[in-house]
Design a protein around this ligand. Structure first.
Ligand code: NAD
Length: 510
């Protein structure tokens, strides 16, 4: 498929609006931003950022839409999401290709991201019939006590460049079945993917008769994100991105006592025990470290290896890294594509300098690639360094394919190292020893939101609640009971008797 065909099948033109109510595009006087592919450095198209008047129009429509949408029965809302999933199935190929071309991840991962949207839509459809509350036994006679879950209103969604479409769907599809309406601010680096989603599902929403405004889009950088953070008409803001961004958003939303759901940076480790199946561990480590060119929140950044297998496993890693094909992510033979832009390359280079300054030893050297096929200047070599966990650079998430190796002798020591970073997203232990596995998963084990045995840190399924602790922000999205974050709980007590007994046996006579 030619790029021009992909873009036209997704409704993307050379110049595009960047603001929508879901049913119509809104003109704005905002800046014209250009999107360049990190694959070949070429311009894909441009879009107009949202100005304050266009922002107001979107919020106004969302406010009106909520009044109507919340009255739709939840299974009927679920049926709209089912139709969205069908439309995504039809557009999986071109949308996956655009994700790969605009963001730089492999085509398999681009398609995988769209599949994740379809999966979460299917999950949301089932959920639309299961928004259960509990019934409690009252301590008073002839009283019924129970809880209900009600929608919140407008859910703002701020997303990062590395998952240009899936993260929005995790939020929006669940929020919609819960009866909320959404306003999305995608990353300014991958906004064309967002526009494509709006073209794909706009018609579905119109044909289904969904109120205009349940699906708002505002485009731009941090400033537009700040409008959402400070807006008291947005009761919940779900923000995915760096810890730096999360601290700013969390403070702004907290200031107005709104709710925030934060999905921030990770610094994920895999522990390789002396009882591990090293061949299985190798796949988990290499995919985790170099997949998406190290630009996943769940990327494996640290490997903590038992001293008895350290040298053997290091050799296996070096051999695997020598086989990696770096290049055009749209080619099926490629393992590693580009970083998102040249700023990311600068961060990678700065990290390499800092690793060496702190005493890190190169196992596989890094560097920037140039020449034919690498003209965008965004291609870097996946690299490996032997380090100590206390190094400042090791404590920090560098969003690039840099892998750190460390040695341990006792499992407790390895778990302490794995936990001794500010972030707490994903973690893993490779072992065939049952006591080690249970110990890692116990309350004395990993302190992360995700802890795996014989699976790497990267690539979660939508059925579980996704998110992490500490500087990762504490939010949970996607499966399990993560839907509760998108609703407000109401406790109801109904007295169907003829007297008014008070709780705790208190007597009050008038
Ligand atoms: P980023 O923080 O630079 O930007 C993320 C989003 O926040 C963008 O839409 C950006 O415009 C917006 N933003 C930035 N500053 C803001 C502010 N002050 N107020 C409001 N909005 C603001 O992150 P990025 O470079 O796009 O993405 C990479 C980061 O995202 C990594 O740290 C990665 O670990 C993290 N991430 C986390 C998860 C997760 O689920 N935990 C998932 C994907 C990415």
């Amino acid at each position: 498929m030619q790029l021009s065909e992909i873009l036209s099948s997704l409704g993307i033109q050379k110049e595009n609006h960047g603001t929508s109510t879901g049913a119509q595009w809104i003109a704005s006087q905002g800046e014209q931003l250009h999107s360049y592919s990190p694959v070949d450095g070429k311009e894909i198209g441009s879009f107009r950022t949202t100005d304050s008047a266009a922002y107001e129009a979107v919020i106004q429509k969302a406010t009106e839409a909520f009044e109507v949408w919340r009255m739709w029965p939840a299974p009927k809302r679920g049926d709209v999401v089912r139709q969205i999933a069908d439309a995504l199935r039809k557009h999986k190929d071109p949308l996956g290709r655009l994700v790969s071309y605009e963001m730089g991840k492999s085509l398999q991962e681009g398609w995988g991201e769209v599949q994740e949207m379809i999966d979460i839509a299917d999950f949301a459809v089932g959920l639309s019939r299961q928004l259960y509350g509990l019934t409690m036994h009252s301590e008073r006679p002839m009283h019924r006590m129970y809880e209900q879950w009600h929608p919140l209103g407008i859910v703002g969604v701020i997303s990062a460049f590395n998952f240009p479409v899936a993260v929005w769907s995790w939020n929006a599809f669940i929020a919609w079945v819960c009866g909320d309406v959404c306003v999305w601010k995608p990353s300014e680096k991958t906004s064309l993917c967002a526009l494509a989603c709006f073209h794909i599902i706009g018609e579905v929403l119109i044909n289904a008769g969904a109120p205009e405004g349940i699906n708002g889009l505002v485009c731009g950088g941090a400033e537009v994100g700040k409008w959402l953070s400070e807006d008291t008409r947005v009761p919940l803001l779900s923000a995915t991105g760096s810890t730096r961004m999360g601290k700013a958003v969390g403070a702004a939303v907290g200031q107005r006592l709104g709710k925030s759901l934060l999905e921030l940076g990770g610094n994920n480790a895999i522990i390789i025990s002396e009882h591990a199946d090293l061949n299985m561990a190798l796949i988990g480590c290499v995919f985790g470290a170099v997949g998406t060119a190290g630009q996943r929140c769940t990327t494996t950044r640290r490997i903590i290896i038992h001293e008895n297998v350290f040298e053997t496993f290091k050799e296996k890693l070096v051999h695997a890294y020598s086989q990696l094909v770096i290049g055009d992510p749209l080619l099926e033979t490629t393992h590693v594509g580009p970083l998102i832009d040249q700023d990311a390359v600068q961060h990678y280079m700065k990290a390499l300098t800092e690793i060496k300054a702190e005493g890190g030893k190169a196992v596989v050297e890094g560097g920037v690639l140039s020449g034919s096929g690498f003209e965008s200047g965004c291609y870097v070599k996946p690299c490996i360094y032997e380090v100590e966990n206390r190094f400042k650079i090791v404590q920090h998430e560098t969003f690039a394919p840099i892998l750190y190796l460390m040695k341990y002798s006792k499992l407790e020591e390895a778990i302490a190292m794995q936990n001794d970073v500010p972030q707490g997203l994903s973690s893993a232990l490779f072992t065939l020893n049952m006591r080690e596995a249970e110990s890692f998963l116990s309350h004395q084990g990993s302190d992360c939101g995700i802890a795996n045995i014989n699976i790497g840190t990267s690539g979660a399924e939508i059925g579980g609640a996704f998110g992490g602790e500490k500087e990762t922000g504490g939010g949970r999205e996607s499966g399990s009971d993560a839907w509760k974050a998108y609703m407000r709980r109401q406790t109801n007590t109904m007295n169907w008797g003829a007297t008014l007994p008070l709780a705790q046996g208190i007597k009050f006579h008038v």
